[in-house]
Design a protein around this ligand. Structure first.
Ligand code: PGA
Length: 248
């Protein structure tokens, strides 16, 4: 039985005050049986980590550098994320791939770096609307996943969460249907199973893209959907907590 996982990706939203109150509300709800990770913007990691200290809620960065340290202005390293109390990090979110041209190999290097520093990497994969309409969904997500298998090895997937986030469903209010999402999740799991069936069976594969309190339960009920990565609805404590509750 895979334990459900729910992440709240705040993207570039909020303030110090919101970070403290939102993280505080999630901690106070004390939801058991679900792993919950909050991903605030870098400047608010401190507030979120302080609010979550000693609780079962973890905090993660929205991105990391693939370099250890050095002259990389504007970048944040895995060691720095650990240093401020993070336990996880997103790698290859579609907004990073799209606006910052992160390539598969770079994303794989980021995942490797996160693992070297004992951060839980949340590897994001997903196709664009154009790719889906061209019937290229399977090809795109398996290429994105394959790059990480190649770089980090199949054993790494005991400690990686995979987030399937179709780009056309992110922030658009257009959710993949539970069937559409399940189909891709099953495909990703079978790709991992070709290398190691046991590990594939234990890897958490979560869905992201317009998950709301009203559709979360149906999505999370699918065989291969192990929770969600939540954007917009993660900025409202009541919505986010309702989604976490749906994952139990
Ligand atoms: P959304 O974002 O829930 O607002 O669609 C999800 C994500 O980008 O992680």
């Amino acid at each position: 039985m895979r334990r459900k996982w729910v992440g709240g990706n705040w993207k570039m939203h909020g303030s110090r005050a919101l970070a403290s109150s939102l993280a505080g509300a999630v901690v106070d709800a004390d939801i058991a049986d679900v792993d919950i990770v909050l991903f605030p913007p870098f400047p608010y990691l401190r507030e979120a980590c302080a609010a979550c200290a000693g609780s079962r809620v973890a905090v993660g960065g929205q991105d990391l550098s693939e370099h250890e340290s050095g002259a990389f202005t504007g970048e944040v390293s895995a060691a720095m994320l650990r240093d401020v109390g993070c336990g996880a990090v997103l790698a290859g979110h579609s907004e990073r791939r799209r606006y910052h041209h992160e390539a598969d190999a770079q994303v794989a290097a980021k995942v490797a770096c996160a693992m070297d520093h004992a951060l839980l990497p949340v590897l994001c994969v997903g196709e664009s609307l154009e790719e889906r309409e061209a019937g290229r969904t399977a090809e795109v997500v398996s290429r994105q996943l394959g790059a990480v298998v190649e770089r980090c090895g199949i054993a790494a997937f005991e400690r990686i969460v995979v987030a399937y986030e179709p780009v056309w469903a992110i922030g658009t209010g257009r959710t993949a249907s539970p069937g559409q999402a399940q189909e891709v999740h099953a495909l990703l799991r079978s790709q991992l199973a070709r290398d190691d069936a046991r590990i594939a069976g234990s890897t958490r594969i979560v869905y992201g893209g317009s998950v709301k309190p009203g559709n979360a339960a149906d999505l999370f009920a699918q065989t291969d959907i192990d929770g969600g990565l939540i954007g917009g609805a993660a900025l409202q404590a009541t919505d986010f907590l309702a989604i976490c509750a749906a994952a139990r």
